[in-house]
Design a protein around this ligand. Sequence first.
Ligand code: ZN
Length: 453
Amino acid sequence: MKLYLDPGHGGADPGATGNGLTEKDITLDIALKIRTILMNNYENIEVLMSRSGDITKDLTERTNEANSWGADFYISIHINAFNGTAQGYEDYIHNSLSDNSVTAKYRDLIHAEVIKLNQLIDRGKKKADFHVLRETAMPAFLSENGFIDHPHDAALMKQDSWRQNVAQAHANGIAKVFGLNAKSEVPGTIYKVIAGSFKLRTNADDRVTFLRSKSIEAFIVTTTISGETWYRVQAGAFSSRANAEARLQEVHNVGITDAFIMVEPPVSSTPPPQSVPTGYSILGPTYLSPEQMNRFAKSVNPNAPELGGYYLTLGEYYGIRGDVAFSQALHETNYFRFTGIVKPEQNNFAGIGATGPSNSGASFTTPEEGVLAHIQHLYAYATTQPLLDKYPLVDPRFHFVKRGSASTWTALNGKWAVPGTTYGQSILSIYEKMINSTKQTLDIILNEVKNNQ
Ligand SMILES: [Zn+2]
């Protein structure tokens, strides 16, 4: 399916203005978001945009381009204006079309989806003799997404989340109209945003410093390509491509144009490190799968709760090694047998705030919240960056940590645990055991496969 996507106005033509806003900026942002959503989430769709930047392009150029490309659908995004008192959403098809036309049916579906999410008054389905509706050789649709000169509508337009919702709603409508199939993402696939790859460590360090100055958390991953060492700057790892695309956009926006997304197969097929070096960092990727973590915990304590999934996803979100954090939880809770002062119902897997028999520390409402607090506490130690905002702060001790005071597991000695002179070493030793048990399991499976050939 070929979609021609037309953000109204641009360049020398600002469109409507009001409340400090300009129509051409809002239509472009919404249209770019529509494209991202469609490209990331649906199969068999091509999108051509009339503009993807702030350029001047007249209406004839736009409709000629859509016609010669052979678009299946033309969608034009606009923002309305009147006299400051009108508000709401309306959309248009050409006034020569009946309510039973194909275009009208497309419009009905999109209108219904948009109204669900846009928080605007529904001014109805309208018809007009607009150029882009008249001069297009394919079904064409134009939406007017609120009034820029009305305080209620303009306040919404200022919110990125509103523009995202409006884009999502249009995408939902288009997907319905054309029966688009959702892209299947392989579970466990990781999308890493690589913001540069360097032969010189100092160049990679400079890049990390720059990204952090722009509030984008990043760290260096060393990799070997054809026998040569490269320093990759990783600015986030995500389980959904859409989230990785959003981060990639942020990285592009601060001027790094060579950034890209690296797709990694599910972690269970990623080989873990051969050995764990001393000075192993707290920030970094998670190698073991949730199944591998859970299996190892249960090999010692068959009643262990299955927390591997939380450690993977939350660790990944904050850039913390989730599998080593899991090892820390095994150490703190004695493999979830809770033989110390913290009780199982506290969901406190990291001993946060626990100082002795009279103070068993913090409690969390769910196991997931307990893991979140654990990962946030590690984040406090490992970096001076502000807390990422997807989840609320649940670690009650976050602000008591001297930020960035421990970048490695062994640096937690005497900090997380007092005196704890071998605290980090104990965590890494459990981690090595977990890796080795995983290798043994893989060897057993490999042998079984061989024996059955
Ligand atoms: Zn307009």
